[in-house]
Design a protein around this ligand. Structure first.
Ligand code: AP5
Length: 214
């Protein structure tokens, strides 16, 4: 008999490691990764009107208005692949109103990555992205495997010390109200250790969940 798919949300401050853990989780559990920030950057890259508007807010480290974000995320969650394989929602909801707008999509697990703020700035400033594979690197903690990859790495437009401080402020203003919506499913993870050690904590919880669903 076919098992019910996993539904997971992952949250945490900017650069707490959400995207990095999502790479590891999807590799093992084959969930559909839906990242609000990635969807917005795709709109910017495509030059749409929503992308143009979104960038104004992202440049200031503020939340993009719900009328852009909510429909975009819901539409992705409702597609057949997300419904069949299960989903991993990254960077959404970021406010109480976003959580309310999504109340028909309740997670089995709400992962919260906890990382002290001193570490976050260093993670942001050293982050690099591979435009070919979409993989996330860090100059010090996850350096590229080859010179060829190193030569093509790019940086995100909002990855400066100044902008990450604004993003952190927005995060601090909203996090408590979001957590209050997921009290029963919150799984707190120490995100300050190596990415493999962070994944080991998450992997343990997801394995247990799957066993419970069987
Ligand atoms: P978004 O793209 O979601 O950015 P963010 O929340 O600031 O998170 P990041 O992507 O910066 O970090 P991450 O936690 O994924 O960390 P990563 O794994 O890359 O949002 C951007 C903007 O879009 C927002 O500011 C907002 O304007 C808008 N937006 C997005 N969602 C929205 C919503 N729902 N509503 C409204 N607006 C929205 O790791 C960071 C670095 O650290 C990497 O270099 C990585 O290699 C390294 N690293 C990771 N783990 C470890 C580890 N364990 N040890 C050492 N290094 C590590």
């Amino acid at each position: 008999k076919k098992q019910e798919p996993l539904r997971v949300m992952i949250s945490g401050a900017p650069a707490s490691g959400k995207g990095t853990q999502c790479e590891l989780i999807t590799k093992k559990y084959d969930l559909v990764h839906i990242a609000a920030g990635d969807l917005l950057r795709a709109e910017i890259a495509a030059g749409t009107e929503n992308g143009r508007r979104a960038k104004e807010y992202m440049d200031k480290g503020q939340l993009v208005p719900n009328e852009i974000v909510v429909t975009m995320v819901k539409e992705r969650l409702m597609r057949p692949d997300s419904q069949e394989k299960g989903w991993l929602l990254d960077g959404y909801p970021r406010s109480l109103s976003q959580a309310v707008a999504l109340k028909e999509f309740q997670p089995d697990l709400f992962i919260l990555l906890e990382v002290p703020e001193e570490i976050l700035v260093e993670r942001v400033v050293g982050r690099r992205l591979d435009p070919v594979t979409g993989r996330i690197y860090h100059l010090k903690y996850s350096p590229p495997e080859t010179d060829e990859i190193a030569a093509r790495l790019t940086q995100r437009f909002d990855d400066t010390e100044e902008k990450v401080k604004l993003r952190l402020l927005t995060h601090r203003q909203n996090v408590e109200s979001v957590l209050s919506m997921y009290k029963d499913t919150i799984f707190q993870v120490d995100g300050s250790v190596s990415k493999e050690e962070v994944f080991a904590q998450i992997d343990g919880a997801l394995t247990q969940l799957l066993e419970a669903k069987e």
